[in-house]
Design a protein around this ligand. Structure first.
Ligand SMILES: [Zn+2]
Length: 350
C-alpha cells in the first residue's frame, strides 16, 4: 500500500551537510531554525515562531519522548537532557537514509558528516585552495583529476549570481582574474571556469538555486538564468532547492534532458506547506528527474525532518490522486521509488 510504502522506503539524500559537532546552546539552536537571517534571534522573539519551528515540535518532539506540539521550552529541555550522540543517532537513524551525498565545503571544522556517504566537491572552494599557486589553471585541473567526488557543486548564486556570462573562459583570462581575486572567488570568469572544467570531466553538477541566507541576492538565483549554461554542457545538471522558483526549475527539467530538480532546504523550512511544495514540484518535471534531498545542516533534527516531511507530502499528494482515481497505486509507488533514491543512484552511479 502507498501509505506504508512511503513511510518505509529507504532514501538517498543527494544533497546534505553534516551536523554540529557540539549540541550548542538555546540561542544557537533557535538561530539555526532561520535560513534567511545570518544573525542571532533578536531579544523578545523566538526562533520557534517559524513554519520549521512548528514542524519540529510536531514531528521531532515524539522522538524525544514528548507529545506532539510540545512547547518550545519543553522541547529544548528534553533536547538538552539527551546525550548529544544519542540525539544525533535518534534523528539520523529515523531519517531512513541509505546513502548521503555530502557537500563538505560548508564550515567543515564545525560539523560531523553522515555515513555512508559520497562527496560533493565545491568548485569555488577548490579554486580558493589553489589561488596562491603559480599555475592556478594547472593546479585546479590536477586537483579535479584526483578527486573521488561523485559530483561537483557551484555556489555561483552566492558569489556572483546566476545571470553571468557562462561561456568557457580561456586559461589566460583565468590566470589574470585569479591574480586579481584577493583570495575569494567571486569573479564570474573563475566561477564559469570551474564549472566548465568539472563538466569536461563528466562530473554531474549541482547548482545552488533559489533560497539561501541573505548573503545571496535571491533575484539573481532564479534557475532560468542558467539557460546559456544548460545549452553549453551535456553533463547532468542538478538544480538544488529552487524555491520559490521550483516551477521554473520544473520547466527546465522538462525542456532539457540533462536537467534534474529537487526541493531540498525548502522541504524543511516550509513546514506544513511542504505538502503544497511537493505538489508543485510534481507539476512539470519528469518523474525520472526529481530527486530527494534535505539540505540539512547543523541540527540533526533537520536530517530527519526533511525525510519525514517529504514522506508525508508524497503520501498526501500522490495518495490524494490515487483516492480520486487519477493515478493508480502502482504508478504512485513507482514514482515514490524513483524520487526516493532510484534517480539519484542512476545519475551519480552509486
Ligand atoms: Zn547545501
Amino acid at each position: 500500500m502507498l501509505a506504508d510504502h512511503v513511510e518505509e522506503v529507504r532514501l538517498v539524500d543527494h544533497h546534505v551537510h553534516g551536523w554540529f559537532t557540539e549540541p550548542g546552546d538555546r540561542d544557537a539552536f533557535e538561530a539555526a531554525l532561520n535560513e534567511g537571517s545570518t544573525g542571532p534571534v533578536p531579544p523578545g522573539r523566538s526562533g520557534f515562531d517559524l513554519p520549521l519551528g512548528v514542524a519540529l515540535r510536531h514531528w521531532c518532539a515524539p522522538l524525544l519522548g514528548l507529545p506532539r506540539h510540545a512547547s518550545p521550552d519543553d522541547y529544548w529541555e528534553a533536547r538538552a537532557a539527551t546525550p548529544y550522540d544519542e540525539l544525533v543517532r535518534t534523528f539520523v537513524e529515523a531519517a531512513g537514509v541509505d546513502h548521503w551525498l555530502v557537500d563538505t565545503g560548508l564550515t567543515p571544522a564545525l560539523v560531523t558528516d553522515p555515513e555512508p556517504r559520497s562527496e560533493v566537491l565545491r568548485l569555488e572552494l577548490l579554486m580558493e585552495e589553489v589561488l596562491g599557486e603559480r599555475d592556478v589553471v594547472g593546479a585546479f585541473r590536477e586537483r579535479l583529476d584526483a578527486t573521488d567526488a561523485v559530483a561537483a557543486k557551484t555556489i555561483a548564486a552566492y558569489r556572483c549570481g546566476l545571470d553571468i556570462d557562462w561561456s568557457r573562459p580561456s586559461a589566460r583570462a583565468v590566470a589574470g582574474r585569479a591574480r586579481a581575486s584577493g583570495g575569494r572567488v567571486e569573479d564570474p570568469v573563475l566561477v564559469a571556469f570551474g564549472v566548465h572544467e568539472a563538466a569536461a570531466r563528466g562530473l554531474p553538477l549541482q547548482v545552488h538555486t533559489g533560497l539561501g541566507d541573505r548573503d545571496l541576492d535571491l533575484r539573481r538565483a532564479d534557475p532560468l538564468h542558467l539557460r546559456p549554461l544548460l545549452e553549453a554542457v551535456d553533463i547532468p545538471v542538478l538544480l538544488l532547492h529552487c524555491y520559490p522558483f521550483h516551477r521554473h526549475a520544473g520547466y527546465l527539467a522538462q525542456a532539457y534532458d540533462h536537467v534534474y530538480v529537487d526541493v531540498g532546504l525548502a522541504i524543511n523550512h516550509l513546514g506544513a506547506r511542504s505538502v503544497e511544495l511537493v505538489a508543485e514540484a510534481m507539476e512539470l518535471a519528469p518523474f525520472d528527474k526529481q530527486l530527494y534531498s534535505s539540505d540539512a545542516y547543523g541540527l540533526p533534527e533537520l536530517h530527519f525532518l526533511g525525510a519525514q516531511q517529504w514522506r508525508w507530502a508524497m503520501g498526501q499528494v500522490l495518495g490524494g490522486w490515487v483516492r480520486r482515481g487519477h493515478w493508480s497505486e502502482h504508478d504512485a509507488i513507482r514514482v515514490v521509488d524513483m524520487v526516493a533514491g532510484d534517480n539519484a543512484r542512476r545519475v551519480y552511479e552509486l
